[in-house]
Design a protein around this ligand. Structure first.
Ligand code: ADP
Ligand SMILES: N[C@@H](CCOP(=O)(O)O)C(=O)O
Length: 286
């Protein structure tokens, strides 16, 4: 048995903590034989190989009596790079608990559990549902709505350095004034309306007008402004900080991909560039 869990790219500009898109990088968990203690084989550096591994720890938080297994984990999601690796690990754990523990969780229950573990729903909701998702918590319950999939390539510029989500959240202000919060919400609301109307010219402009987080984080990720400027003259509809960064994501018209990538290189940015797509399907079993 195998679980495939997509990565995710959160925020899309002003959708801080409330919009995310599943993308075509995968965490793969092979569920092998029952054992007397949890064993996680992987090639992901220092991550734990026992029940402290985030996948297993997440499963045990929601199903403490789950029988131990041997797992083999592979992942092409870079860790601590703003592509939701922790959310994918948590969702993988929930899938384990759900199937092996016979829990029969509905998707909205998985979103609630995963959001409690992750602390925000914008990565876990698309990782569970697939595609582009807008999500919020009201009266203790999460409501998630799928949006149309934008018809663009997702071009990820993945800087070599790590940026832990907790560190990138630490630079955010504790409070926004009422006036600033109203303006930031107005931008976000109109961006969401444009995404649902599939008016990508307006959506792109508003995705680059975030007032919640990017202005505080851009000093941690100087590549954001450089790539955004390149995108304006080389076929990007929008460029935003993917999750907490440092990955910078650009939505690029398929016919301009080579031109865009060449221009990013000419701007002196030498780290990895991946051509990704929206993953239409959330976590699933094979
Ligand atoms: N496949 C995995 N197995 C176990 N733990 C993981 C896995 N992927 C990510 N993690 C955990 O999540 C952390 C990264 O989370 P975070 O800083 O939120 O960055 P990201 O943007 O990648 O989610 C890693 O340092 C590790 O502790
Ligand atoms: N809304 C969160 C999203 C964090 O995503 P990650 O992929 O960096 O974990 C934030 O911006 O802090």
């Amino acid at each position: 048995m195998q679980i495939k869990v997509p990565a995710s790219s959160a925020n899309l500009g002003p959708g801080f903590d409330s919009i995310g898109v599943a993308i075509s990088l995968y965490l793969t968990i092979d569920v092998l034989e029952e054992t007397d203690h949890w064993v996680v084989d992987h090639d992901l550096g220092d991550l734990p190989r026992d029940e402290k591994n985030m996948i297993v720890a997440s499963a045990l938080k929601i199903k403490p009596d789950l029988a131990p297994r041997h797992l083999r984990v592979e992942s092409d999601i870079p860790l601590a790079h703003g592509l939701g690796s922790s959310s994918s690990a948590i969702v993988g754990g929930i899938e384990l608990a759900d199937k092996l523990g016979g829990m029969h969780l509905a998707p909205h229950e998985k979103i609630e559990l995963a959001s409690q573990l992750e602390g925000h729903p914008d990565n876990v909701a698309p990782t569970i549902l697939g595609s582009l998702v807008v999500v919020c918590k009201v009266n203790g319950h999460f409501t998630a709505v799928k949006a149309p999939v934008p018809p663009f390539a997702m071009i990820a510029y993945i800087p070599a350095y790590n940026l832990k989500t907790s560190d990138a959240r630490a630079v955010l202000p504790k409070e926004l004034s009422f006036k600033d919060a109203v303006q930031a919400s107005a931008v976000a609301n109109t961006a969401v309306a444009a995404l649902f109307a599939q008016d990508y010219e307006k959506a792109g402009e508003l995705m680059e007008a975030d007032l919640f987080h990017e202005r505080y984080r851009s000093k941690l990720v100087p590549e954001l402004e450089i790539i955004r400027n390149v995108g304006h003259s080389h076929g990007a509809v929008a460029t935003y900080l993917s999750g907490a960064g440092p990955t910078v994501m650009s939505l690029v018209d398929p016919q301009h991909i080579s031109d865009f990538i060449d221009a990013v290189r000419e701007a002196g940015l030498k780290d990895e560039i991946r051509r990704l797509e929206v993953a239409p399907r959330g976590a699933y079993w094979l």
